[in-house]
Ligand binder design. Sequence first.
Ligand SMILES: C[S@@+](CC[C@H](N)C(=O)[O-])C[C@H]1O[C@@H](n2cnc3c(N)ncnc32)[C@H](O)[C@@H]1O
Length: 292
Amino acid sequence: MSPGEFTFLCDFLMKRSGLVLNEGKRYLVESRLVTVTQRFEIKNVAELVRELTAGRNDALATAVVEEMTTNETSFFRDAAPFEELRQTLLPKMLESRRPRHVLRIWSAAASTGQEVYSIVMTLLENIPDIRSWRIEIIATDIAEKILERARSGIYSQLEVQRGMPPHLLARYFDTHPQGFQVKADLRRMVSFQQLNLLDSFLRLGSFDIVFCRNVLIYFDALAKADILNRIAKQLVPDGYLILGAAETVLGLTTTFDRDPKCKSPVYVHASMRPSVPKPKSDIAARLDSRGT
Ligand SMILES: C[S@@+](CC[C@H](N)C(=O)[O-])C[C@H]1O[C@@H](n2cnc3c(N)ncnc32)[C@H](O)[C@@H]1O
C-alpha cells in the first residue's frame, strides 16, 4: 500500500467511524482489507481506494468500516462495573423509580452482545419484581454484521468460558450445536440497533444508565468530547455513565464527574455534585465570632 493510499484510508475511516489510525497500524489495515478485497473481487488496495473515492459503492464502504472495527469483548468484562451495577446503581435506581417502574439502559458499543447480556442477567438476578417493571434495553453498534451475531445470542464454548459464571450459564443459556445460545426471553429484552456514535442518537430517547465502554479509546479528543456531551444530554439528571477501564472524561468535558463511591469509571452529571458551602463573608464571620 502506498503512503498516499494509507493516508486516504486513515482519512476515510476517521470521517466514517471516528477511528484514529497511525503509521504503526499500516500492517493491520493491509491485512484486514484482504478479506474485503476478496469479497468484492477487487484486485488490490489501489483499486479499493479508487472505488471508495468514487463513492458509488456503499456496501464496500460499510464493509471497510466493519472490517476495521475491533470487537474484543467478553461476558462481565472487568467484573467491577457489573458489581457496581448490582450493589450501588440498581438499588438507587429501583428506589427512585419505584413510582413509575420504568428503567432505560443503553449499551452504546455493544459488539457481539456479551456486555448487554451481562446487564440483562444482572437485572434478572437482582430485581425481584422485575415482571412489574418496564425495562427497556437498547444495544447499538456501528457494525451491522456484529449486531447480527449479538441478536443471535450464540456463543462458542471459548466465549462463554471468558467471564460467564457457571450458574448463570446453566440458568440463562440453552445448548446449541455451536456452543450455547442465550435463552429467547432474554434476547427479546434487548433491542439491537445499528448506530454510528458520530451521528445523532437523539432518536433513542433518554436513559437512566449508559454503558459506553471501550470504544472512546479509538477516537480523537474532539470526537470523544462531542460524544460525551451528547450522551450527557440524553442521560437523566440522576443517571449514570459507565466507561471502560482505560477511559476517562478528564480533559474532555466538564459535564460529568466521577462517582467517588465507585471503584470503576462510573460518572454522574456534574450538576449533581453536592454544592460546596460558600465561605462566609467577612461581616458574617465577625458576627459569628461575637456570638450574635
Ligand atoms: C472493543 S468493542 C467494545 C465492546 C463492549 N462495549 C466491551 O466493552 O466489551 C468496541 C465496539 O465499538 C464499535 N464501534 C467502533 N466505532 C464505532 C462508532 N463510531 N459508533 C458505534 N460503535 C462503534 C465496534 O464495532 C466494536 O464492536
